[in-house]
Design a binder for this molecule. Sequence first.
Ligand SMILES: [Zn+2]
Ligand SMILES: [Zn+2]
Length: 64
Amino acid sequence: MERERIAVAEQSNFQTHNWKKKANGEPDEWGFESGNHNGFYCIDCSDYYCKHCNETVEKCEGKV
Ligand SMILES: [Zn+2]
Ligand SMILES: [Zn+2]
């Protein structure tokens, strides 16, 4: 069954991040996990996107 998806992966800023990847090369929506929160984690800017809380993705600021 298909749950309602947030179209975060379709936002243009999504592509600017170097998301932690799953083995199959897709961005890992369990890149970070904390309690009831989980989502994508960028290994460049250390930003993360919680699929439960965040609706928009900021542009990647690159490596610190
Ligand atoms: Zn980033
Ligand atoms: Zn959250």
